[in-house]
Design a protein around this ligand. Structure first.
Ligand SMILES: *Cc1c(COP(=O)(O)O)cnc(C)c1O
Length: 362
């Protein structure tokens, strides 16, 4: 890590690779020989057109997106998509199913319900404070639903889907905000994948949407123009001025991912990092994992001591060890270490060393 930087375990916005930040810095005053910054550039310029097309090509390559899927860059982050999804995909039967496996999937359901005729909860793990992912056998699915919504990785609670829900012909829509590009996924199994980009890809405010072409073009009348997926697909995500800098940052991050060997390489790295932390958690009983082992997230690792005063003391000591943002979300308490693509292995090792030192001292 560069001098003066610290291991930032924030759940989002979160760390970006230093190589990417340095490249953005270098190109900031003069982007691609244009004599101006991407921050100052017309979105109708040739230079920006090249940037957005290259970003899309990169996303397609990194995630191996099939040709019958469109890639959109939309304003409003993941929360905007909670609404846009219902308005764009929920206009056939007007019914949709939601698996509630955490906070964001609950918000997605509440937002979708405003626009859908028949939003249903297919399953929820609220009974155990979202410490697990509902299993296939628990799902009550509506065969007429326009889609099933899942939150693939539960950022706040630290759980992940390790199975693909079977829905027959009903498209599965996944919020992958906190796991996007952390490992390969088979895009063809999903009707739509979307992500707020601030966890693993870029600065906040932009949503990346990957949507199957045949699901476009049947949106509700009330859909805001800037969120009409079909129209945005036609207009190359530029109905209005898009978040140009964020899109450019997605380009730099995906350039970086390709250089690093793509998502297979990221998966290997992320597995190695998560294993260091979970192996330690499993090896002692001072710190406790807050989730079922089979549903553990590779990106967000939640743990606590069981004593709120000790948790507080642990968090208070983070700055002195060169860490930040280890405090868990208030819905879970305790600690949370978010270890996205850009968190180096050394950061996780340093955290485990601090945990050992703290446990020994108490
Ligand atoms: C962070 C996050 C969101 C919210 O993203 P915004 O871009 O702030 O709207 C939604 N879903 C998940 C899974 C998240 O991690």
């Amino acid at each position: 890590m560069l001098e003066g930087r610290i291991y930032n375990f924030s759940a989002g916005p979160s760390m970006l690779p230093e190589e990417v930040l340095l490249r953005a810095q270098k190109e900031l005053l003069n982007c691609e020989g244009s004599g101006m910054s991407v921050l100052e550039m017309s979105h109708r310029s040739k230079v920006f057109d090249n940037i957005i097309n290259a970003t899309e090509a990169n996303v397609r390559k990194v995630m191996n997106v099939p040709d019958n899927y469109r890639i959109l860059f939309l304003p409003g982050g993941a929360s905007g998509m909670f609404c846009a999804l219902a308005m764009n995909l929920g206009n056939h039967s007007g019914a949709a199913d939601y698996i509630i496996s955490g906070n964001f999937s609950g918000v997605a359901y509440k937002e979708g319900k405003k626009y859908l005729k028949d939003a249903r909860v297919a399953a929820t793990s609220e009974d155990e404070n979202f410490s697990y992912i509902p299993k296939q056998e628990q799902l009550v699915l509506n065969p007429d639903a326009d889609y099933l919504h899942v939150c693939w990785n539960n950022t706040i609670f630290g759980t992940t889907f390790h199975y693909m829900p079977e829905t027959g012909n009903v498209p599965v829509v996944a919020d992958m905000s906190s796991s996007i590009m952390s490992e390969p996924v088979d895009v063809s199994k999903f009707g739509m994948i979307y992500a707020g980009v601030q966890k693993n890809l870029a600065p906040a405010g932009l949503a990346l949407v990957i949507v199957r072409e045949d699901l476009l073009g049947s949106e509700m009348e009330i859909t805001p123009k800037i969120w009409k997926f079909g129209m945005q697909a036609e207009k190359n995500s530029m109905i209005n001025t898009p978040p140009c800098f964020n899109i450019y940052m997605v380009k730099l991050v995906t350039d970086y991912l390709l250089e690093q060997g793509g998502l297979e390489a990221m998966k290997a790295r992320n597995e190695e990092k998560a294993k260091i932390l979970y192996d330690y958690l499993d090896s002692q009983d001072f710190f406790k994992s807050t989730v079922r082992p089979e549903d553990r997230s590779m990106m967000n690792v939640c743990f606590r001591t069981g004593d709120e005063a000790l948790d507080k003391e642990f968090i208070a000591g983070q700055a002195a060890h060169g860490f930040s943002n280890l405090k868990g979300h208030r819905l879970v308490g305790g600690m949370r270490a978010s270890i996205y693509n850009a968190m180096p292995k050394e950061g996780v090792e340093a955290l485990v060393a601090y945990m050992k030192e703290f446990a020994a001292a108490h």
